[in-house]
Structures are given as C-alpha cells and as structure tokens.
Design a protein around this ligand. Structure first.
Ligand code: GLA
Length: 356
C-alpha cells in the first residue's frame, strides 16, 4: 500500500514569541505544501529521497537522537523517532519528498516536512492517534531529535489549519478555534540572511522563563503589565512586556475579526512589529524597512512574521493596492541596497491531509 500526504507552511497573523510562554497565537496555513509518498519496503530499513536531490538516497534503520545535526533528513528521522518514543510501531518505508514551501524564509518549511511525514506514517501504520495530538509529536521531533527549542505554533498550524480561516490556539490548553479570515495579506519575503537565529531564539526563551520564575508565575501568560514593571532587570522587563502586550493583541485581533472589523486589526499588527523591534529585539533592518514602506504605501498594518532575524513581513492591504505596496517595498529595498524582496498574496489554506 502506498500512502501520500501533504502539509503546508504557515504565516502568523499575530502572536509572536507567545507560544513558548503558554500564550495565544493566530497563524494560518499557506498555499505551499510539502508532499510525502510512503511505500513500505518490507525490510528493516528506511530510505528517503527527494525532488531536490535527484539520485540522493539516505538509508537508516532505527533513528537515534542526535541533537545538533541539522540536515533536512533529520526532521524525517526525528518524526519516526518521535512516533517510536510514543510507543508506536510503523513499518519501514521508502519516503519520497517534494515541496514548494520556500526554505529559509521563516515560513515553517521544517514543520511542513515534519507534519507531512507524520500524516503519511500515521496512515501507513494504521495508528490510532487523535489529530489534536499530532502537533505535539511533530514538535517533539524538532525539540528533542533535531534540537531546536521551538514552541508548538508551526506544527499546530500545519496540522490543524483550515482554508479560509486563521487558527486561534491557546498554547497552554491547546484549545483551538477556527476564525474566518477573508482579507488580503501580502507576504514579503525580505530574503534577509538569517543571523544568529538559533542562539538568539533560545536566549529569548530562557529570558522569558527567568522572568516568569522571578514573578512566581508558571509562565508569562499569567503576568500582567503591572507585574512586568516589578522585574528587576531592564532587558527582562522589555522582553516580558512584549509577551504580555502581544497576548492581549491576539485576543483583541480575534474580537475585531469576530465583529467583522477586519481592517482595524492593522494597527495591532503594526504595534506587534514595534514591540518585536524595540522590546523583543528580533527584527533586522530589512524587516523594519519592509514594514515602514508597506505602511507608507497605504497598508492597514504590517509586521514581521515568525521567529525574526530575517524572514518575512506580512501586510494587510486592499486588493487594489497589492502592486503599489509591492513596488514601494521593492524601491525602498533598492534605496537601502538590500537584496530584492519577493512578495506574494497568500490566502489561508488547508492543513495536513492525505493525497489521493
Ligand atoms: C518560530 C518557532 C515558533 C514560534 C515563533 C515565534 O517560528 O518555531 O514556535 O516561537 O518562532 O512566534
């Protein structure tokens, strides 16, 4: 029996660096997908091939955790390992992978790969795992096998998202709500090289955890702005202020969307960017220039999306303004002597599913 499954990359509408603080996020799935075709081998060996390395074959038997390694095949191995750690037995298979999710742009190509492999293997092994448990299993592959200390947002978006909706996720309870979202989001890939990403991300996370400990709360989700003012260290205070204010912005965004006041979420998006720039300090000049140029060209709001230190900006725009905003950002990049950006409109798309 041959099984095919696909899973998408994501952008995050709002709620950045809140997932590992037990807070709220509001991502949606992109129309770009990674597809895995799994064919049982009947042997004690896995083989992995891909469209982007023709002739390249990776073979392994039982994957052993080797945190620190970072080949894309480790995400595949990691998912098999994570399923085995949860006590699931799956027959070895040939896994062939193709993808149109941009890599290195902060659009969660790794989550798309993990979630496509996971969806295919659950079907192949006839495993009885509730869909809502899958993001955690994929995240475990990334945390404990690959060694990246990410939160649960990307895998949740890739598995659970619905077309035409953003996904409100409470990262503490893992409760979800599908929020209808029908507006034009322009994604601007700044092409900025990711700088120091891993170490900086882990450091932000550690600072947030230290702030929660100092405030004697389980996570920054449980703090308010008056708590933040009590923190002794000024850097910690700024990091915590971002998280606390960002959680409030997610909930305000959801309330505005529910009231049909979609354009009014623009200022919240822009405030989110300002907070990520000044308080959380995860932006780079390319992200700031893209946001400023999009706003100047008439976007309702704009912000970096994802972990930061490079990657993409999203702008909420009128459909008729897409070309003008794109050109304005391109001109601003040319003036700043940055690599030309790549912009596209993204509609909220479906999460992981089997392919016929
Ligand atoms: C990366 C991580 C996510 C999340 C974002 C920031 O994308 O993988 O878990 O923490 O950064 O919101």
């Amino acid at each position: 029996m041959r099984v095919s499954a696909s899973a998408p990359g994501r952008v995050n509408l709002i709620g950045e660096h809140t997932d590992y603080n037990a807070g709220f996020v509001l991502p949606f799935a992109l129309p770009f997908r990674t597809t895995v075709t799994a064919t049982p081998t009947g042997l004690d060996e896995w083989t992995v091939t891909s469209d982007w390395s023709p002739g390249g074959v990776t073979r392994f038997d039982r994957p052993q955790a080797a945190p620190g390694s970072a080949s894309w095949v480790d995400y595949v191995r990691g998912v098999i390992w994570s399923l085995q750690e949860e006590g699931h037995e799956i027959p070895c298979a040939d896994l062939h992978i193709s993808s149109d999710v941009p890599v290195g742009s902060g659009l969660s190509s790794s989550a798309a790969l993990e979630c496509a492999v996971l969806t295919a293997l659950v079907e192949l092994g006839g495993l009885d795992i509730p869909t809502e448990d899958l993001p955690r299993i994929a995240q475990r592959a990334e945390n404990d096998f690959v060694g990246v200390p990410c939160g649960i947002m990307d895998q949740s978006a890739s598995i659970l998202a619905r077309a035409g909706h953003a996904l409100l996720l409470d990262c503490r309870t893992l409760e979800t709500e599908h929020i209808p979202f029908d507006a034009t989001i322009l994604v601007i890939d700044t092409k900025a090289p990711h700088r120091l990403v891993d170490g900086e991300y882990a450091q932000r996370r550690a600072t947030c955890e230290a702030a929660a400990r100092e405030l004697l709360v389980p996570a920054l989700r449980d703090a308010d702005l008056s708590d933040v003012d009590r923190l002794s260290d000024p850097v910690m205070r700024r990091r915590a202020r971002h998280v606390v204010s960002e959680n409030a912005r997610v909930l305000e965004t959801v309330a505005l969307l529910a009231a049909g006041r979609v354009h009014e979420i623009g200022p919240l998006m822009t405030d989110s960017h300002t907070s990520l720039k000044n308080d959380f300090e995860v932006t780079v000049p390319e992200l700031d220039v893209a946001v400023a140029a999009a706003l100047e060209a008439g976007a309702y709001g704009a912000r970096m999306t994802g972990g930061g230190f490079g990657g993409c900006v999203i702008a909420l725009v009128e459909p008729r303004d897409v070309a003008f905003v794109t050109e304005s950002v391109e001109s601003a990049f040319a003036r700043s002597k940055f690599t030309p950006p790549h912009a596209f409109v993204a509609a909220p798309s479906a999460g992981a599913h089997l392919e016929k």
